[in-house]
Design a protein around this ligand. Structure first.
Ligand code: MF3
Ligand code: CO
Ligand code: CO
Length: 274
């Protein structure tokens, strides 16, 4: 396995790309209300990335082996959709939950982040799933420091999500990121402590757990992209791009509009950025 280590200059590039990706979500937030279509959100995001940020939407035309080219500038996964939902012209309804996942390329560097949004008034159950998934992502992030192994991160996420009564999707994982959208290593959101790759300063990868209210099984829709829960239970996901520093971690996908950190996160570590 070859995991690229980023230089100080590389990290500056990744900080900018990461902040821009997060700022796309900030920009979209007031638009995510009952009646809006995910296609409209896609257009807003596309125009912002291209015309305001001078960036490139990494997902547009993205075509991993075995896939058709992805047709949009963000992923919008609603309710029982797990990930890779393709924007469409169906209006979001009161009580829907939606994951918006944005990846911006700036100066050749990729910033990848996603958040959950509750449309209008959400049910207690829907809000709990989104909140627990947010905390599950952070349970993984706070583990990050040199000497820790990827299995420690996956284990922390899995324990937290399963203790809350939820299941963790196994087929999709976080990933190294840099000049390429998806690099090594794979960052599983489940696992055993003390296993897998050891973290080294300069590694950059995403942590992006997908958590289902019901069973963990998924299937792919006929469009070749959208992943849904087999039992049609609700699914949530949050994603950050994270740098391994000498002493711990730095979250690269932060911006002014980012939601409050969980109480167990030390803000100095999470926000120790440029
Ligand atoms: N942004 C997703 C991730 O977190 C990947 C989306 S690829 C797409 O890795 F083609 F579906 F957009
Ligand atoms: Co990602
Ligand atoms: Co993403």
């Amino acid at each position: 396995m070859t995991i690229s280590l980023k230089s100080a200059a590389d990290i500056d590039g990744m900080r900018l790309a990461g902040r821009l990706a997060s700022e796309v979500l900030d920009m979209l937030t007031p638009h995510i209300v009952p009646g809006v279509t995910t296609l409209h959100l896609d257009k807003l995001a596309h125009d912002h990335m291209v015309n305001v940020q001078g960036g490139i939407p990494a997902t547009l035309g993205y075509q991993p082996p075995g896939y058709t080219a992805y047709p949009a500038s963000l992923c919008a996964s609603v309710n029982h959709q797990v990930c890779h939902g393709i924007p469409n012209d169906r209006p979001l309804k009161n009580g829907d939950i939606v994951n918006i996942d944005v990846t911006v390329i700036k100066d050749g560097w990729h910033g990848d982040t996603s958040r959950m949004f509750v449309v209008g008034e959400g049910s207690i159950q829907a809000k709990r799933l989104c909140h627990i998934t947010y905390e599950a992502m952070w349970k993984g992030i706070v583990k990050v420091k040199p000497g820790v192994r990827l299995g420690d991160i996956g284990h922390a996420i899995q324990m937290f999500a399963e203790s809350a009564g939820y299941s963790v999707v196994r087929e999709f994982c976080g990933h190294g990121i840099g000049r390429k959208f998806h690099e090594e290593p794979q960052v599983l959101h489940y696992g055993r402590p003390g296993t897998l790759e050891e973290l080294v300063p300069g590694m950059i990868f995403t942590i992006e757990p997908m958590v289902n209210a019901g069973r963990r099984d998924i299937r792919e829709m006929g469009d070749g992209w959208t992943i849904v829960t087999k039992d049609r239970s609700l699914s949530a996901q949050w994603e950050h791009t994270v740098l391994v520093t000498e002493t711990g971690y730095e979250v690269l996908t932060m911006s002014a509009g980012y939601p409050p950190l969980p109480a167990f996160v030390q803000p100095a570590a999470a926000l120790a950025t440029s």
